[in-house]
Each structure stands twice: as structure tokens, then as C-alpha cells.
Design a protein. Sequence first.
Length: 382
Amino acid sequence: MTGTEYDIAVVGAGIVGAACGYWAAREGFRTIVLERSRPASGTTAAGMGHVVVIDDHPGLLELTRYSQQLWREVGPALPPSAGYRPTGTVWVATNEAEVRAGEARGARLRGHGIGCRALGPDELRSLEPSLRPGLPGGLLVEDDLLVDPVGVTEYFLDHARKLGATLRSGAAVTAVAPGGPVVDGQRISARATIVASGVETPALVPELSVRPRRGVLLHLPQPVPPVRHQVAELAYLAGAAGDDPLSLALNLHPLADGTVLLGATREWIGRETTVPAVLLERLRDRARRLAPGIADLPSRETRVGFRPATPDHRPWIGPLPGRDGVWAAVGHEGLGVTASIGTGRLVVDQIAGRRPAIAPQPYLPGRAGGATWADRVGAPSA
């Protein structure tokens, strides 16, 4: 045991763990954040910074909408390095069936107070001139935001430290149990431990089913004309919610420096970091069909990350059954950036004994329908 006793120990300093530390410190808890490598050096560094409301499950809708509200509250205090920009998302339809799907999605979102409107072909091209002529329309979700995941993680941790929290990098946690996590054979005394370790979670908490789902992005120079909003195919939503071995749909993310990230892929391929040229060519081919001026820009880098996915595509957030004092904040798959701020608040509110702003039941470890990958027919292998 160390000489210091903490109220809360957070395992993992990606964007989710940083958000947990941020809210814990704001609450006045004595807090330590433990990171085996460097903050934001894993999945957080490899992702886009798209803050998006997702409505394919009521629980995801509540969590992402709540998180987006918190982002808007925190946004004015964020430094320029956080890349906070309320640009909105342009969802692109490639056929009339997708136009109708976009209209139906817009109606659902408006029913929950989320600003959005349908786009015809001319307005679609006016908003995003990089898109090819002839696309039938789309949907503008005005409330969506952009952030820089690494910059935001640094802000959360810096703010927590100013409030008295401790950050320990290079601290590999080998076990979590009632009483606190273990680092280098020593237990760090903590009343509550929040596990926010992404795809590394099963090594610490085997009962939490988390599988890596690889994503690949290309970092491209500034296109002409520039991308103004987050731009994504409506087909991307179906791929994100499904379990196909490979899903691929156009997703363009403009960075604050004028460059752009081109994605996005989702693959069940374990922790393989080598990206075959054929996959990158398929990604560019997708862009050629929708944004041809962007497709063949030279790549600055290829980003590879591993989204922590759960069997029902909802994160594990809350107390672990049978592990007194151990809490989960993992399994967000592609929504880690969006839901980080809401996840941290949801967990810390529960630890503080306060009723959360949204119901925690859809995310609780041990919930019905979300137990293990083995329960799923045709479940992807590790």
C-alpha cells in the first residue's frame, strides 16, 4: 500500500479515463489516474473527434445526447488545443432509399429536441462542394460537434491536476480488487476504482466482454475545396451497429489545421496492426464515388486504432457485480470521444451517491442481453 489513500483511482488515461478523473476531481474526490504508457497514446490518438448523437438504441441516444449537452456546457472553457468546433454533421444519401432513411432519422432526432433538417441535392453540394454532383440529398444534424481527442484528454487531465488529482504515467495496473488497484506489486488504496482501460480491460476484469474492432484512417492534406462539416454516409450507421467482418463507409473529418481524416473502417481482426494496401485502396475508392477531389490526395499517415466493442454495442458503465468498489467505464467502440464526458459524469455521480441525469440501467455490467460474446450467434473471434 502507498502512503496516500485515494477516494477514486482511475485505470487508463485515454479520453474516457481522463473524463472520469476530471469529474472526480471536480467533485472534490482525492483522485489518481493511472496510465501504463502515456495519456491518450492508444485508441484516443487514432480516432476522429466526432461528437455525434446516435439513435439506433434508446440507451445510446440518451448517453450521446446527454454527452453532447455536457460538451456544449464545457466547450467555452476549452483551450484552442481541444479543437472544439460546433460544425454539425452532413449525412450523405447515395440513393432514394437512403434519402427516406435520412428523413426518418431526422424526424426521430427532432422528436428528441436535436436540431437537424433534410438536405436536397443543391443544398448538399452548397454545404459541401467537395461532394460529387448528382447525389440525391442528405441530412444536416446541426447539433453535432468536433473536438481534438488528444487535446481534450490533455485538458481533462490538466484540469483534474489543478484540482489536486494525481496522474501517474508508466504505471501498469496488474489487478483490480476491493481496496484499490495493484501497480508494481503494491496496492494503491482507493475506495473506488474505475476501470477505463479500453481493449486492455479483459486482462483486469475478464468478466467484461470487450473485443478490439480495428479502425483505419488516412490523414490527408488540405483539400480544395475544404471540408466544412463532418461528412459521413448514412450507410456508415448500419455498419457501425452491425457485426460484419468488414464494414466501410465514407467519413470525412476536418481538422483544425485544415487537413482532413478519411475513413472509416471497422474490422474484426484482433490486434493486427499491419494494414494491407488493398484495404487502403478500397477506402480511397469509396471516396472516389462520393468526394473524388479528396480520394487521391497523398497520405500524410495511416492511423490504426482498436475500438473496444461489447456484444450489444453499448458500453459497460457502472459497478461490477461481485467486485465491491470496482466500476467500469469501457466498451464505447466508436463513441468513446462522444460519450467520454457523459460516461465520466455518470460514474462519478453514482459513486457520489447522487442520482444521475440519465438512467444508468442500459449500461450496467451484467445487464441482460449484454453478457458475453459467446452468447452471440456467429460472434466474431478475438
